[in-house]
Design a protein around this ligand. Structure first.
Ligand code: ATP
Ligand code: MG
Length: 412
């Protein structure tokens, strides 16, 4: 970009990264920049440069407002981003020149009859944010004949000054906040593709985890495909900055053996514990530091605290449950807003034949006895892990997936 020129850019704000110590902050900012570049590349959006500038990231530069707008909406789905704005960048010499340039930009954009000017300045300019807001407000009032209303404006003109650059904008797109993916380690999510586990994954991604996924296949090819479609919906919207894998473990024979010999009310608990044991083996292999599920406390009979206790004892790694305190309604509304809900409702729930009852307060001694009788040894589970399919979500050809397979509900 030529010095002195003006251009469309995207102004990116981040929150929590900014309050870290210096070294962590520099590392996280670099990661955020890397993930923003990944988001733009995956969306076939060009950029000239992605630069860090006084606590902001600025993506330069676009030929038109439309281009900057589509880049800004993509960037608003990068974890760690608090908000983004398509902005017109101008360079200025003194306050008078800045006010002139800003007035020329905003004059024809103001909608409605009452406007406000919000100015922010960081750096060591000779003027204050208040000076700038007042002068620009007066000038715009003169040229448009409209009135200023700071409480309830129809239109807000934002000016952000960073050194000798000023960014002019009037729209702010909210991002997820949180931390850039990759700032935490790897987590293996038990991903059934229902409404809950994708939302649980989203929250972990939002806190910077690289999430890989494991699906225990109980229902065959159609079920696997519909779950992959959910994973793709999640990753293609929010998974910028890493390359997640779905592991599909064939659990049909294990399930059949459980159903054949385990007392009905223990079937679900034993199945979950075997999932945990198997997930632990896989997690260690892929160097994940934790396992995660989409459970929330008390949502269904299998998700009581007593059952969570018994299920967790089967895992060698910490088990994270990002949704533990959420109501079903809250989870559903999150699923809608992150874009996974419509795919999740197409996933058929696999109902274990005969398991109409689930013990709500399972007992670890009883469970251990049943498992000894069942006699599934680690070596068998290791073999299942070795035979697991691994699928890179970004590489999926999504048209092949998501065939509807009817819906059945399990209230276990
Ligand atoms: P979800 O909406 O995520 O399917 P749910 O409300 O249906 O959850 P359960 O069926 O009790 O609840 O499953 C609880 C959790 O166990 C899921 O959130 C998921 O993490 C894990 N899970 C269940 N079934 C499977 C499976 N077949 N493969 C992988 N993980 C599973
Ligand atoms: Mg489910």
């Amino acid at each position: 970009m030529r010095a002195g020129s003006s251009s469309w850019v995207v102004l990116v704000r981040y929150g929590e990264i900014g309050i870290k110590g210096e070294a962590t902050r520099a590392r996280m900012e670099k990661l955020l920049v890397k993930n923003i570049k990944d988001a733009l590349a995956r969306s076939s959006l060009d950029y000239v440069r992605v630069a860090r500038l006084y606590g902001r990231v600025v993506v330069e530069s676009y030929r038109s407002e439309e281009e900057a707008e589509s880049a800004a909406s993509t960037i608003a789905r990068v974890m760690g981003v608090v908000s983004s704005s398509p902005a017109y960048r101008v360079e200025y010499g003194d306050l008078e020149e800045l006010v002139d340039k800003a007035e020329a930009f905003f004059r024809n954009r103001i909608r409605g009859s009452r406007f406000a000017v919000r100015a922010r300045r960081s750096g060591s300019e000779a003027f204050t944010s208040m000076d700038l807001a007042r002068l620009l407000g007066e000038k715009l009032r003169g040229s448009t004949g409209l009135s200023v209303d700071l409480e309830n404006p129809d239109y807000t003109a934002y000016v952000e000054v960073r050194g000798k650059n000023a960014f002019l904008y009037d729209s702010i797109i909210r991002g997820p906040g949180g931390l850039p993916i990759g700032s935490e380690g790897r987590v293996l999510v038990l991903f059934s593709g229902g409404i809950d586990s994708p939302v649980a994954s989203w929250y972990l991604m939002k806190r910077g985890c690289k999430t890989d996924f494991v699906l225990f296949d109980l229902g065959g090819e159609d079920q696997v495909n519909s779950v992959l479609a959910v994973a793709y919906a999640l990753v293609s919207r929010w998974g910028y900055g890493y390359n997640p894998v779905m592991y599909v473990v064939d659990f049909r024979e294990v399930a059949t053996r459980i159903v054949a010999s385990v007392p009905e009310e223990y079937i679900v608990i034993i199945l979950r514990r075997l999932m945990m044991r198997t997930a632990s083996i896989l997690a260690e292999k892929i160097k994940a530091k934790a396992i995660a599920t989409g459970e929330s406390l008390g949502q269904v009979a299998s998700q009581t605290l007593d059952n969570m206790y018994v299920i967790d004892r089967a895992s060698k790694l910490p088990v994270l449950r990002p949704l533990v305190g959420f109501d079903k309604e809250e989870i559903t509304s999150m699923a809608r807003s992150i874009g996974t809900y419509e795919y999740s409702v197409k996933v058929r729930e696999y109902c274990l034949l005969g398991a109409r009852k689930v013990v709500t307060h399972s007992n670890i001694d009883r469970v251990s006895r049943i498992e000894r009788q069942l006699g599934i040894i680690d070596r068998e589970l290791e073999e299942l892990v070795e035979r697991a399919r691994s699928i890179r979500i970004w590489n999926l050809e999504i048209e092949e997936l998501g065939r509807e397979s009817g819906r059945e509900r399990c209230m276990l």
